[in-house]
Design a protein around this ligand. Structure first.
Ligand SMILES: Cc1ncc(COP(=O)(O)O)c(C=O)c1O
Length: 489
């Protein structure tokens, strides 16, 4: 065993660099007898032969079962404290017509935050009443469309929007149910949360202004006030941040009850998932029980009934379902020398490709494995340093594990998809690699950087694979360029 000194402290040296951690991979991911990755009965090589790489492989039963589990867990937990739950799927994580249908089948509502997402949900046959609309800058056209289809709720995010929604509701002869997004001053990320009087961010209304804003909402006959809304962040592993936000919102909620009904409280989404084998996400039934405790304690302390609790998770439902498959193109062993002293007396890291550079006492090799996608299909690592893990998908190997960095093919040195993991050291060009937990905020944030077409999304189930979102071809990309039609001489 040789632990690489460049490995981050959180990354353990693996017992088996082929193992698929069950907390990270989708429920139906396994290895066949010959070592190949198989998802829901479909071998990685078969998927790649048919659809090429990169390709997002979505384990349909994984996504469906997580949606059902979240709804059932929250239904049961809230029923035990005399209330009920309303679960929205946050479509921003990944939305397609098929996924919207699965969520509706699972009994979830769908939360959209643009006209485009609304169009997808409607194309899936979602009844307006089962949709909610978010956004800090909804256009009047988006508001009008939402009101016209009888949307179940609009989350008001600014004072300016109140008149816009009220006006649309009057024009369409409706009474539009609305929530008010509150900037609670609580921001949570993984294991920590920050609580301030006001958070410096674009979403919502400060807690201290909210009572006046609700009064304004209630002054419009065309609006029905449902309750307060708070979303404190994403990829959250601990419940303390939710508890603090709920405490703050409950005080206001109780105050608002004095002037009229407040049937609901929406505590947003943000439940964390495992991206690497060391991530320890709470099971959803435990999250649900914790939420029920938080709201029943909060309500009891103020002597008010527990309202209907709405939540809107995205990542926790769709994130673990998807594995992105890529083909390895080039590999470089980069010698990284740490601890040299530069002219200014600072300690630095330098690097050279293996074989050509000098070796220092603290040198180590980082194996750069380049794949045929990158920040255009998964921008999270370069956008905010997200960690992922990786495995060889077409085979297993007993070669000694090597520390790898999975690099994309884009013209950015920050185009990294996996900062650090161990793979069998005999990884070679032509191998397939799979990066799990890429279901949320990967396809939905994809771009055409360097004129790469966005990859297809292939759903797998019971040994069958089908494209649910087509990949883009060069012809698709060129079709949008009017340069030849509008050329001037
Ligand atoms: C208002 C709101 N609700 C729900 C979500 C979903 O969060 P997650 O996918 O982390 O559960 C987000 C994510 O940004 C959000 O902004």
């Amino acid at each position: 065993m040789s632990v690489n000194s460049l490995a981050p402290s959180w990354l353990p040296y693996p017992d088996d660099a082929n193992a698929l951690a069950h907390t990270v991979w989708s429920k139906n991911a396994t290895r066949s007898d010959n070592g190949e990755l198989v998802i829901a009965g479909v071998a990685a090589s078969d998927i790649v032969e048919k659809f090429g790489t990169p390709v997002y492989v979505l384990d349909e039963d994984d996504a469906r079962s997580r949606a059902i589990a979240i709804r059932e867990s929250f239904d049961a937990a809230l029923a035990s404290v005399g209330s009920s739950a309303k679960v929205y799927y946050a479509g921003k994580a990944f939305l397609s017509i098929q996924v919207a249908k699965w969520m509706l089948d699972a009994g979830l509502n769908i939360d959209v935050c643009s006209g485009g997402e609304l169009a997808v949900a409607l194309a899936a046959g979602a009844p307006g009443a089962r949709l909610g609309l978010h956004g800090n800058n909804k256009s009047q056209a988006e508001i009008d469309r939402a009101v016209s289809i009888g949307i179940g709720a609009i989350v008001i995010d600014s004072i300016i929007e109140i008149a816009r929604v009220a006006d649309a509701a009057s024009r369409f002869g409706r009474v539009q149910p609305v929530r008010l997004r509150i900037n609670s001053g609580v921001h949570a990320h993984t294991h920590e949360f920050l609580a301030t009087a006001r958070e410096d961010q674009k979403f919502g209304i400060p807690l201290s202004d909210a009572a006046d804003v609700v009064r304004l909402i209630r002054s419009h006959d065309s609006l029905e006030f449902l309750g307060l809304h708070s979303h404190i962040g994403s990829q959250i592993f601990e419940s303390e941040g939710f508890a603090e936000a709920a405490r703050r919102l409950f005080a206001l909620h109780a105050e608002l009850l004095a002037d009229g009904p407040v049937p609901e409280l929406n505590l947003g989404g943000g439940f964390g998932i495992a991206y690497t084998s060391v991530d320890d996400a709470l099971p959803v039934d435990e999250i649900a029980i914790r939420f029920a405790e938080i709201v029943s304690t909060g309500a009891a302390a103020l002597g008010i009934p527990v309202p209907v609790i709405a939540i809107e998770p995205g990542r926790a439902i769709i994130g673990p379902s998807t594995t992105t498959l890529y083909t390895v193109g080039t590999i470089k062993d980069v010698l990284v020398t740490e601890g040299e002293v530069d002219g200014a007396g600072e300690r630095v890291s330098t690097s050279s490709t293996s074989g050509g550079g000098e070796t220092g006492e603290t040198s180590a090799i980082r194996k750069y494995v380049s794949i045929d996608g990158g920040m255009s299909d998964n921008v999270r690592p370069s956008l905010y340093g997200a960690d992922y893990s990786v495995r060889i998908a077409n085979r297993t190997s007993t070669a000694e594990p090597a520390l790898v960095r999975i690099a994309g093919k884009h013209c950015e040195s920050g185009d990294i998809v996996v900062h650090a993991d161990y793979l069998p050291g005999d990884i070679t060009p032509g191998d397939l690699v799979g990066i799990p937990a890429t279901g949320a905020y990967c396809w939905s944030m994809a771009s055409n950087y360097n004129y790469l077409g966005r990859p297809p999304v292939v759903a797998v189930r019971n040994g069958e694979a089908r494209v649910i979102v087509r990949g883009e071809t060069e012809a698709d990309l060129l079709r949008r360029d009017t340069g030849l039609e509008t050329e001037t001489r």
